[in-house]
Design a protein around this ligand. Sequence first.
Ligand code: UGA
Length: 467
Amino acid sequence: MRRDVPPPDGPGTPPRLSVVGTGYLGTTYAACYAELGHRVTGLDTDPVKIAALAAGEVPFHEPGLAELVRRGLDAGRLSFTTDPAHAAAGAEAHLICVGTPQRADGTGADLGQVAAAVRALAPHLHGRTLVVGKSTVPVGTAEWVERLLRKHAPDDADPEVAWCPEFLQEGRAVEDVLRPDRIVVGARGSWARETLARVHRGVYRLAAHEGRDVPTVETDFATAELVKSAANAFLATKISFINAMAELCEATGADVAGLAEALGHDDRIGPRFLRAGVGFGGGCLPKDIRALQARAHQLGAGAAVRFLHEVDLINQRRRERVLQLAGELLDCVAGPNGPELSGTRIAVLGAAFKPDSDDVRDAPALAVARLLHGAGARVRVYDPLGRDNARRTHPELGYADGLEQACTGADLVCVLTEWQEFRDADPAALARVVNGRIVIDGRNCLDRYAWNAAGWTYRGLGWKEAA
Ligand code: UGA
């Protein structure tokens, strides 16, 4: 993280903020905006989380964030509470940063936390205040929040709503909040837009200080809500596109790595998000493409995003491909349900949905580990940061505390999250501890020639071993 955030100065005090929901999104916003000079109170219903944050401890991994939280607390600009009245007191703008997970009964987004946040906050609003939605939501949520506020706020309150989606990526969330590549403002009136300009002033000042621009798109509610879903749908589609090409490469003998490199040189396509492998996971892309389909369907426009179903299927197929490959490489009997792997030991390297994260939500690595386990293999998972979360959510799998421990005695090693530790692993040293020198590189992140040279049978995703 770069550190040259200019001190807050200039005319006017930055608006005081409350941030509702102190998960990934809310904690990062609260800490970054305190760093930019705002007084910020983070509100959450979870007293354990709030106590940890108030003590300067961030209960998840995000580079640079704990340092900012502690700095904000020490400066007296950042505080955390479970009391909505305390959070709301004196705040000009309230940032709604709660989760919108996939509904347990379907593919749409569960807006229960948004409703609860608004209901908790509304009775404590007085005078003119701005309620800013940042959570990823289906189109129509901002208008619904307006109605909820009208219902629950006292007579002397005059709350306005704006929607300002966030685009932060785990692992670089602090940078993405302090130095966003764009700001999207969905608002109805000039007061809301002016207030938001004051909320974002620190971000604009930092950009000016560094000679950058922050493109700002002012728009209506529906567009602001849809921008976020569309952005994630596009990224998911790009990944599934290259993974569909990987399937073709496997059928034709072409190599997806070379294909992606050649495609990426075209400026109109670009090289990012073209890494083929076990596909996308995490708390955002998978649920967001499903929520977008569900909402489009409700609005009678389901056909427009039907392709996202295919994007999802391609993504799921990559996970199953590892199971199939494991069966082939271990010479196991396969039936209509796939291979039967009993009697085999498999090391799964990776549990987090991407490297430098401890987040295991819908992680492809864990999904594959579960498929292998379900097929009868004895699976041992190792992940540098994600193993505790993985242990909690999937206690049925075996776990190791180190790379070598995971591989010891394994008949097959599957690399499913591209941690630097795995890229740097010495194939000759690992060859000495395994039972079978077979590796599936589910992220195409290893040097296949080095692994072959150390006596391994190496298989990546998206190319065919020459006969
Ligand atoms: C994603 C978006 O990138 C952010 O812009 C967005 O703000 C965020 O969701 C959100 O909705 O809050 P994130 O979930 O942190 O961010 O993860 P990404 O970096 O997008 O990666 C998602 C998945 O795609 C990972 O499992 C990753 O391994 C996979 N991926 C990524 C690939 O398989 N291939 C690639 O080329 C790139």
